[in-house]
Design a binder for this molecule. Structure first.
Ligand code: B16
Ligand code: MG
Length: 219
């Protein structure tokens, strides 16, 4: 039986991708690298430093900066991002998420957050849903980011559950790979092509229904 749901944050609970995009785009300008929306898709679910590495490689500047300069560049991007997320309110919960959280609570299913974002706890606070989560995986303690399963494996461990008792929800290809690698039932939010490895897919969060997900998972 399913006893836990492990959620990604950006793109599933709220749309912080737009803020990440603006902050990376502005940092890119300072480095002479043009970042468009198509390239930005490849940064979803990817940690801050790994995102910077991908941007530098994309701009052909992979060996232009020292490690300490890269730290400063990442801190610069995060400074702008942190300002942008100050404006988040409960109204920024994606459609369908408030109802899903209510249904999960009514069913006694435990919740964990498996976000690559070090800003995750602040964002949950601003959305007013911190108390809904039993556990938050600390991304700074991970040895490998998504698509490695580690973040979902830890989520289940923190909830005190087996992987087979958990369902993971993601919007990024790397995230679905991480859930599948953790041997959990994966729910994907997004287009058929990028979510083709998901066990169950919806086009957007408004279609997320606890009953349908549990049925699909064989409950
Ligand atoms: P931070 P998720 C991810 O969140 C974002 O999708 C990704 O764009 C971002 O680089 C990453 O968090 C790290 O965020 O810079 O705030 O630590 O999708 O895993 O919830
Ligand atoms: Mg995401």
């Amino acid at each position: 039986t399913i006893k836990g749901f492990i959620f990604d944050l950006d793109g599933v609970i709220t749309d912080t991708a737009e803020y990440h995009y603006h902050a990376w785009k502005n940092l890119g300008k300072k480095m002479g690298i043009e970042i468009d929306r198509e390239f930005n898709e490849k940064l979803k679910g990817i940690s801050r430093m790994d995102s910077l590495e991908r941007i530098l490689a994309y701009g052909g500047k992979a060996d232009r900066y020292t490690d300490s300069e890269k730290e400063l560049l990442a801190a610069d991007k995060n400074g702008e991002y942190v300002k942008l997320i100050e404006d988040i309110t409960p109204a920024d919960l994606l459609p369908g998420i408030p109802q899903l959280l209510l249904d999960l609570k009514a069913s006694g299913i435990k919740l964990a957050l498996a976000s690559a974002s070090k800003n995750g706890p602040v964002i949950l606070d601003r959305l007013g849903i911190t108390a809904d989560f039993d556990e938050i995986v600390d991304p700074s303690l991970l040895t490998k980011g998504k698509p490695d399963p580690e973040i979902f494996v830890k989520g289940a461990q923190q909830l005190g559950l087996e992987a087979s008792e958990c369902i993971g929800v993601e919007d990024a290809e790397a995230g679905i790979a991480a859930i599948n690698g953790a041997h959990m039932f994966s729910v994907g939010v997004g287009d058929p092509e990028s979510m083709k490895e998901a066990d169950y897919r919806v086009a957007n969060t408004s279609e997320l229904s606890l009953q349908k997900i549990l049925e699909a998972a064989g409950e």
